[in-house]
Design a protein around this ligand. Sequence first.
Ligand code: GLN
Length: 235
Amino acid sequence: MSESTIQIALVLPDLLGTYGDFGNAVVLEKRMTWRGIKAEIVPINYGEPVPDSCDIYVVGGGEDTAQTLAVKHLREHPGLQRAVTKNAVVLGVCAGIQIFGESFTRADNVTHPGMGLIDSTSHAGGSRAIGEVLAEPADGLFEGVLSGFENHQGRTVLGPAARPLAHVKVGTGNDGSVEGAVQGRIVCTYLHGPVLPRNPQLADLLIEWATGTKVAPLDLPAVTAMRAERVRAAS
Ligand code: GLN
């Protein structure tokens, strides 16, 4: 294992961070630290330049106005886009999946350009999707059901270069059928909770991609119990 510190960029937590989505960065940092992998969180706030040197980028959810401001900043400071060309690992949640795509059309019917990181477009649905979600990971990407909480009006259509993260069993996800997107080392999801505390197997997949090392499971009974309780509640 390399001695270097894995840097986790927490992208625009002041704009994108509904439902404690910053917890995704905390979980990545803790799960690496507990295994002796040096890791640190690098917060990048609105108005600040976006470095292209981090190993993992974490983007959270936000409402339409916040995500429009965020995408403007991220297009003007394209450090995240440059990092993707250097193979960085990226997690985008809710507003994240929408701004990473080619474009998104808000509930006010105005279309905004996205960051063009994933082959997708998003548009406002007729109703908000709110509640617990269960989804089966696609292509055996990781073990166990994907579990989380959704609250969004947007719906997302994937193009051929993006594949679904999971197939919806309970809830809505992108469109009532598929949930999230994977393209290269970019993973997107509509799920909060936050999603990584709720799905440690997904957190470890991102850690394995970022470190290039297979990690052993962590035995955390509180996490197992919380996950089981949430899956039961949704079933
Ligand atoms: N503004 C988006 C929507 O409602 C994203 C919501 C969110 O990130 N919670 O679809």
